[in-house]
Design a protein around this ligand. Structure first.
Ligand code: GTP
Ligand code: MG
Ligand code: ZN
Length: 294
């Protein structure tokens, strides 16, 4: 028999569910020799040999186009950064970190503001303005009352997307609204702490009926930007990338250097203060990490 190519939907305890070309799911174990050298993650394209109807052996993991870690997903095209407008309150630093993660890994980022049914229109409008000014597509949604779901569905069609954002933001709820048959478990936000309960514990790649896949993930709330060079951080903020051509020094980190195009753009209102502040916080974080490493 010749090996077939399939896509890993999920893995539990060394057994992987592979979606075959025709859409059926095949349970596979990896062949001994590939076990140690490489961990297989959701989203991986693999070559497998079928044994009977619904079982097989993974022979080879094909090269990945993109990888994100903790939780690990491979071959993702776009990252949907989800934030609730309230319950829990938006965390702009975490959002900006997730956007940097997407930019640095070559994933197309999309911002999704959920729970607009709970707040006045001005709340998502102000948040949207920050991210639209940065150059991102922003969707305003309510998984509960079904607003913005059609737009979200269109964004997901025929691509592999991963949802990211704090626990309780409504990632699983949005996916359930996009495709009601999914029946993903959702969890109430704690009244006491205002935080989510980390309802989704495992990554699974879900095939969409309109074509494409989505990964429902447990959030990426413990995000570390380990492998980013501090001089490259500004490249992962599209609006900083745009204005840094006006800096006097090519090595400008946009802190206290003279004739800084980025700081001028902040003063003129062309870069949102929160984005610039979070750039500086992440820069400090990267410097700290570099110092403890050597
Ligand atoms: N009012 C309102 N509530 C929502 C909306 N979307 C989700 N919720 C509620 O918010 C809570 C958390 O939703 P989940 O979908 O479990 O959130 P999650 O982002 O998947 O959380 P984790 O899996 O823990 O990372 C649930 O009680 C949902 O019913 C919305 O648009 N409006
Ligand atoms: Mg969830
Ligand atoms: Zn500068």
């Amino acid at each position: 028999m010749t090996p077939e190519v399939g896509i890993v939907l999920r893995g539990v305890g060394g057994i992987y569910d592979i979606e075959a070309r025709g859409g059926q799911v095949i349970r596979c174990r990896p062949r001994g020799r590939i076990k140690q050298s490489l961990t297989i993650v959701a989203g991986d394209r693999v070559r497998y040999l079928a044994i009977g109807e619904d079982e097989g052996v993974i022979e080879e993991v094909l090269p990945r186009t993109t990888v994100i870690q903790r939780p690990a997903v491979a071959n993702v095209d776009q990252l949907i950064v989800v934030s609730a407008c309230t319950q829990p309150d938006p965390q702009l630093l975490l959002m900006d970190k997730l956007l940097v993660l997407a930019e640095s890994r070559g994933l197309h980022p999309i911002v999704c503001l959920n729970k607009i049914d709970l707040v006045a229109d001005s709340v998502p409008e102000e948040l949207a303005a920050i991210y639209r000014q940065a150059g991102y597509l922003v969707l305003k949604c309510s998984a509960k009352v079904g607003v913005g779901i059609e737009d979200l569905r269109n964004c997901l069609a025929n691509k592999t997307s991963s949802f990211a954002g704090p626990s309780g933001a409504g990632k699983s709820s949005l996916l359930n609204a996009v495709q009601p048959g999914l029946r993903l478990t959702t969890g109430a936000v704690s009244r006491k702490t205002g935080r989510g309960r980390q309802t989704t514990r495992q990554v699974a790649l879900l095939p969409l009926s309109g074509g494409g896949y989505v990964a429902d993930t447990p959030g990426f709330s413990q995000l570390h930007l380990d492998d980013i060079d501090q001089y490259q951080l500004d490249d992962y903020f599209p609006e900083l990338r745009k204005y840094k051509v006006n800096c006097r020094f090519t090595s400008c980190l946009h802190r206290s250097e003279p004739d800084c195009g980025v700081k001028e753009a902040v003063e003129e209102g062309c870069i949102a203060p929160s984005r610039y502040q979070n750039y500086q916080l992440l820069l400090d974080e990267l410097e700290q990490q570099a110092r403890t490493r050597y």
